[in-house]
Write a protein that binds this ligand. Structure first.
Ligand code: 5AD
Ligand code: SF4
Length: 476
């Protein structure tokens, strides 16, 4: 129901109703064990950390419905694909993967297939799936995450397909079950939606307007995680710097961080994403003061050209962004800074692109996430003149990576000889003989050690810098 700010918060009654559906499904799925077959569910995730966090809720709800969570879709009786809409590539992949599940229904006629997340939050996509993907049993937008038990129940009981795209209001639901992938790293969503309408971005259209969780609810969740031994908590929101706007100055994002840092324990707090127009000196001062906050800021610049920033509706220019970086480095000389960059936004000239390359050399980011502009239907940029040809976009993209790789390598070499605190994440996927972990600055470190170090902070002396990682030895 809408509260005084017009946002939607699911009431305790609504949550209780969903738990009733969960219980009814559990009865059905556990009755099925009498046929010797334990019901299994698989959650497949695309996209950002917000989606990873949502998938942990989906898995938590599916577990409570009586499903055992498995990684292999082929063994599942319930497959839920959590999709992304930010770039065309992610949408196409999700659809083609889902197409592959059609054949699984021939093997297991009871298989239920559902699609959630940003892609299907769009009415048009939901309708297209209804029309052209008859083997998809249900679709649920991000607003309907907490209503998953009801939706699955309707599918099972009425043998009727369900389609629930978004209507435009992000929804806060407290007390949802969650099945976390890690026992030491946790995502905590602090807000949903976005009000910024950057002209290239589909997110505000699919995830609706911003709505913040209450600080007490976030505090309670963090406190429980830390009590349970979690070492790293990542606070999530599309624009965390506008957290709490609806609370009339009672608690902004910096205040929230300060409150959370009063929790006792050995842990670090990360957060993303920060919009440069809202990143305040107060936030930077808070980061500098609080030892639990990782000395890392992800601050998407998107472009180094003022003309592009205006066309993107970003509400800052290069010099104000640069001032923020200078202030940050004055307060925290060792802070790691990362960014997002879009190459080939409509109208981007060689000069504009040179501005982006100049920003990379001037700021010297520790890490960049770079994207080729992808046209999203319904956004203003999709209908702008001067769309850039694919060949130009990819040529600029390659040039940009070369500039950044050199900078990242130089910065990583400069870490040699330092001792850094690293949260060990277990065996490296690319190099299983080594352990891997991340520094406070979010840099990957490879080192030798016992697998039992996973989930612990270790001090590592850095012996080698590579382009994408550091190498070191445990010193304690
Ligand atoms: N095309 C390319 N990149 C995009 N991003 C968002 N929308 C698009 C798009 N249409 C990038 C931005 C954002 C990151 C999460 O994804 O850089 O910061
Ligand atoms: Fe998209 Fe801009 Fe909102 Fe980020 S701040 S989610 S880029 S509209």
């Amino acid at each position: 129901m809408p509260d005084r700010t017009g946002t939607h918060r699911m009431t305790a009654d609504e949550m209780a109703r969903q738990r009733e559906y969960t219980d009814k499904i559990r009865k059905i799925t556990t009755d099925a064990i009498s046929d010797g077959h334990r019901r299994q569910a698989c959650v497949v995730t695309y996209g950002c950390q917000q989606n990873e966090a949502d998938s942990e809720r989906i898995a938590g709800m599916a577990r409570d419905m009586g499903y055992t969570i498995v990684d292999d879709e082929k063994q599942a009786d319930l497959i839920i694909v959590n999709t992304c809409a930010v770039r065309d590539h992610a949408e196409k992949r999700a659809l083609s993967i889902t197409g592959g599940y059609k054949h699984l229904k021939a093997v297991n006629p009871d298989l239920i297939i559902g699609i959630g997340g940003c892609m299907v939050s769009q009415q048009a996509v939901s309708e297209k799936i209804k029309r052209s993907y008859p083997y998809v049993d249900f679709v649920f937008g991000t607003e309907s995450l907490a209503r998953l038990p009801e939706i699955v129940y309707e599918v099972i009981q009425k043998v009727k397909r369900q389609f629930v795209p978004n209507t435009g209001e992000a929804v806060v639901a407290e007390g949802m079950p969650v099945l976390r992938k890690s026992r030491y790293q946790a995502y905590v969503s602090i807000m949903y939606g976005c009000n910024n309408f950057c002209t290239y971005c589909i997110v505000p259209y699919v995830r609706g307007r911003e709505v913040s969780r209450r600080p007490e609810a976030i505090y309670a969740e963090d406190e429980e995680l830390i009590r349970d031994g979690y070492r790293e908590i990542t606070l999530l929101g599309q624009n965390v710097n506008s957290y709490g706007k609806e609370f009339d100055g009672e608690c902004d994002f910096a205040d929230l961080l300060t409150r959370l840092c009063r929790i006792d324990g050995d842990y670090i707090i990360r957060f993303m994403t920060s919009h440069p127009k809202d990143a305040s000196e107060k936030l930077i001062d808070t980061m500098a003061r609080e030892k639990h906050i990782a000395k890392h800021l992800h601050l998407p610049i998107q472009s180094g050209s003022d003309a592009m920033l205006r066309a993107m509706n970003r509400h800052y220019d290069y010099s104000s962004y640069r001032r923020l970086v200078t202030y940050m480095r004055e307060k925290m000389p060792d802070i790691a800074i990362s960014t997002d960059i879009i190459v080939g936004f409509p109208g981007e000239t060689e000069d504009d692109f040179a501005g982006t390359l100049n920003a990379l050399s001037d700021i010297r980011y520790d890490m960049i996430f770079s994207f080729i502009y992808s046209k999203r239907d319904g956004t203003p940029a999709a209908v702008m003149d001067n769309q850039i040809p694919d060949s130009v976009k990819s040529e600029r993209f390659t040039r940009m990576l070369a500039v950044q790789e050199k900078i990242a390598y130089e910065k990583n070499i400069a870490e040699v000889g330092k001792t850094l605190r690293v949260l060990c994440e277990g065996a490296s996927k690319n190099n299983p003989a080594k352990l891997t972990g991340r520094t406070e600055g979010n840099k990957i470190v490879l080192f030798d050690g016992d697998a039992s170090l996973e989930g612990q902070f270790v001090n590592i002396r850095i012996t080698q810098g590579q382009t994408f990682a550091l190498v070191g030895t445990v010193i304690d």
